[in-house]
Design a binder for this molecule. Structure first.
Ligand code: GLA
Length: 385
């Protein structure tokens, strides 16, 4: 049993008297290697689950009440399964509430429980702490109430909770990878038919380094929705249901009809799908230089055409590209702050981490969080003995 699990159980015992019969579930955050802003266009993504997750220790309490304590916020909150309402004053409780709401809507019979929530996914950094919290909550309800739900349905239900209850209009990528990731592999997902392939990345030659700019995404909600609308407008103008269905050739022939900003957004999405396919092929062939080039091009397209980067992300990427051993560097996630993801030669990774932190601090005055991660496994129950 890991030290973290022991602590979560100790915290449960402290709050609820003892920890007998407690189940612990976990769900990881993610970093997207390539395929950005493509999921809601029915396109391709290639995220990995990271070594950071959210855990919930839970035990049925024989009532309709869900009583939760967040170790990280040092705060307890709860809700009755008979009366679920958005909580304006406590944001974190809305994730389990949203999941419960959507499960009840689907007709699942839910039971109340006592729970302790603890996580180490940095919040509001583009590493999907929200999806991790939703998936962990869904697993907690599943374990406590004893119903059955398929993995794809579980991921879709968590996305629905985020869209309809929390109010963020995200795609399926984050919840999907949190559920399905396999250790050592990226999840290469086709967001149109929701089929995926595990792409082994367990190469000893390179590692993924995540760099947090420490800038928060204040603009991201409204800008994210605007981008989605622009993509829908572009697809409609080219007679397609989704931008995924527009080939690069059709786009070249038809893009003259689109207003300039809409044209740029569509060009990013259509070219990003192509880059993702090429990157997957390159990773499979072990050609890290080619994979890294696609990551670099992805960033440039997000910066220039999709316009979701920001000064700090660009600085972090520029520094990374100048360091020895960097194959590729790009922003990851929705943008407007958050993290970059870097593909770095394994024997240069330590020097990379030290140097990028130093140079970023010198240029921006901000202390970045730098994390080297292997691709990890997806959500599930945690061994407690
Ligand atoms: C956020 C959303 C995802 C995806 C990315 C951009 O992380 O939650 O669904 O759209 O932005 O690729």
């Amino acid at each position: 049993m890991s030290e973290r699990v022991e602590k979560v159980l100790a915290s449960f015992a402290e709050r609820y008297g003892d920890a007998t019969g407690v189940t612990v579930v976990r769900a990881p955050g993610r970093v997207n290697i390539i395929g950005e802003h493509t999921d809601y266009n029915g396109g391709f993504v290639m995220p990995i689950a990271i070594e950071r997750d959210i855990m919930i220790a839970c035990r049925p309490n024989g009532s309709m009440q869900v009583d939760l304590y967040s170790v990280d916020f040092g705060e307890s909150n709860g809700f009755s399964l008979d009366n679920i309402r958005f909580n304006q004053s406590c944001q974190w409780v809305n994730y389990p509430q949203g999941v419960a709401h959507c499960l009840l809507e689907k007709g699942f019979d839910l039971k109340g429980f006592d729970g302790v929530v603890q996580g180490n996914v940095p919040l509001a950094s583009g590493l999907s702490s929200s999806a991790a919290c939703e998936v962990a909550s869904a697993l907690a309800f599943k374990a406590m109430s004893g119903f059955d739900i398929g993995d794809t349905d579980l991921a879709l239900l968590c996305q629905r909770a985020e869209n309809t209850f929390v109010g963020v209009n995200c795609g399926i990528m984050d919840q999907y990878v949190s559920v399905f990731a396999q250790p050592g592999c990226a999840v290469f997902l086709d967001c149109k038919d929701l089929r995926h392939e595990d792409v082994p990345l367990g190469t000893k030659e390179a590692t993924f380094v995540v760099c947090n700019t420490m800038v928060k995404r204040e603009l991201s909600g409204s800008e994210y929705n605007t981008r989605r609308q622009q993509c829908e407008e572009a697809a409609k103008a080219m007679d397609a249901a989704l931008l995924r269905d527009v080939s690069p050739e059709t786009f070249e022939a038809e893009c003259g009809k689109l207003p300039e900003d809409v044209r740029k957004r569509a060009r990013h999405v259509i070219s990003e799908d192509e880059r993702t396919l090429r990157a997957v092929a390159a990773f499979k062939a072990g050609d890290l230089a080619a994979a890294g080039k696609e990551m670099n091009d992805s960033h440039d397209s997000l910066r220039d055409d999709y316009e979701v980067s920001c000064r700090e992300l660009d600085i972090m990427v520029d520094i990374a590209r100048g360091l020895p051993g960097t194959y590729g560097a790009r922003m990851t996630g929705a943008g407007f702050g958050g993290c970059t993801v870097n593909l770095v030669a394994a024997d240069k990774a330590d020097a990379f981490c030290a140097e990028i932190a130093k140079r970023y601090k010198a240029e921006t005055g901000l202390n970045p969080m730098v994390l080297s991660t292997e691709p990890c496994g997806g959500a599930g129950r945690v061994e407690t003995r």
